[in-house]
Write a protein that binds this ligand. Structure first.
Ligand code: SF4
Length: 364
């Protein structure tokens, strides 16, 4: 298949690995901030092809992993209300909340929770069920923001007042700034997620690389894409330079997707946002603009009182998501914490780093 198989071609991969080994002279810690890339790295064992002094760190790039427990408490409280249909993507169903179990358990106790594959399905439910309140769980990074924004826009345009979104949208650049705030643990370079940059463009990452004083390569998801991203950041790193390189130009353009950016800007505004285990990061999220208040589930349905329960106190997910702890080094990995019995969100989500290690690296 064109544009896919050539990026898994063994000859290309061997050439990239050889070039990385040739140019890399000093230890480097490179963080990807995308659950899809984390899984690709582990599925194809790309980290094992690199010189031992290069370490790949797996940052907070799994949207389900960083969605805070308080958000899930709120979602579950809404789902339990009569005459509510709660819509969610499947990967959020089994993520533990602070005090209310998970959405799957709420569904088992007869809450009307429906798994969808597009926010527009939730809009259809609202149209078909005018006597119900339909609430869509709008989470994710810049990648999901356009579709969620479009759902809110269409609901307003069509006067669907029984449709609302509970929003927990995240922005990538502020969390990279937060990660780099501690020089002792900050990575030497980043691989930026290609699908996020397909929306926002490569231009914002030019100034971000300069600000963080680190190399950033915008990277795709196939083995050769990821190795090319590694090679690009190492070339800069070895020269002691910061800068942005677009290693995914077949998808990512300097200005991003103007239509997607327009709908995001029309519906959302930047806000402070809580990240699971990492606390509130200033200006790191999106919230519905005031003119969309009638479709803002956070305003329509009061949040339950904050839970006194700690956020899975034994789960060091924050350390994993900041790249300070590799999942297999967690004392509960594969013993008390497995995908069937997860202690924390990184073991639940198909994009979570702990699930990735469990799936692809257990026993090695
Ligand atoms: S292995 Fe389990 S307990 Fe450990 S960090 Fe991952 S999710 Fe948390």
């Amino acid at each position: 298949m064109k544009h896919l198989t050539e990026y898994s071609d063994p000859a290309s991969i061997h050439a990239l690995v050889a070039e990385i080994a040739r140019i890399s002279k000093r230890p480097a810690r490179i963080m990807e901030v995308c659950g899809g890339q984390t899984h690709a790295i582990l599925r194809h064992a790309l980290d094992t092809l690199l010189p031992p002094h290069i370490q790949l760190l797996h940052g907070p790039g799994c949207p389900v992993c960083v969605t805070p427990s308080s958000y899930l408490d709120h979602a579950i409280a809404i789902a339990k209300l009569p005459d509510v249909i709660l819509c969610t993507f499947g990967d959020l169903l089994r993520v533990p909340s602070n005090s209310s179990g998970d959405l799957y358990a709420a569904k088992a106790r007869a809450a009307d929770i429906r798994m969808i594959t597009s926010p527009l399905q939730a809009l259809d439910f609202a149209r078909e069920n005018p006597d119900k309140q339909v609430v869509h769980l709008a989470i994710g990074f810049e990648t999901t923001a356009p579709a969620n924004a479009m759902a809110a826009y269409l609901a307003k345009d069509r006067g669907l007042l029984n449709f609302s979104l509970l929003v927990s949208q995240f922005l990538v650049p502020p969390i990279l700034r937060a990660i780099c705030a501690d020089p002792a643990t900050a990575p030497d370079a980043f691989l930026a997620a290609g699908h996020v940059c397909a929306i926002v463009g490569s231009d914002p990452y030019v100034s971000l690389a300069r600000e963080l004083n680190r190399p950033i390569a915008i990277t795709g998801f196939e083995p050769a894409d990821i190795l090319l991203g590694v090679l690009d950041v190492l070339r800069l790193f070895e020269q002691g330079k910061a800068g942005m390189i677009n290693a995914y130009p077949r998808i990512v353009h300097p200005g991003g997707n103007p239509e997607a950016l327009r709908i995001i800007d029309a519906v959302f505004e930047v806000c402070d946002r809580e990240w699971r285990g990492l606390g509130v990061v200033p200006q790191s999220g999106l919230a519905l603009r005031p003119e969309y208040a009638a479709h803002d589930a956070a305003k329509i349905f009061p949040a339950p009182p904050p839970s006194a329960a700690a956020d899975a106190p034994q789960c060091p997910a924050d350390q994993v998501l900041l790249g300070r702890l590799q999942p297999p080094d967690c004392p509960y990995f594969g013993t008390r914490c497995t995908p069937d019995h997860p202690l924390g969100a990184p073991m639940v989500s198909p994009e979570g780093p702990c699930a990735a290690f469990f799936l692809h690296r257990r026993g090695s």
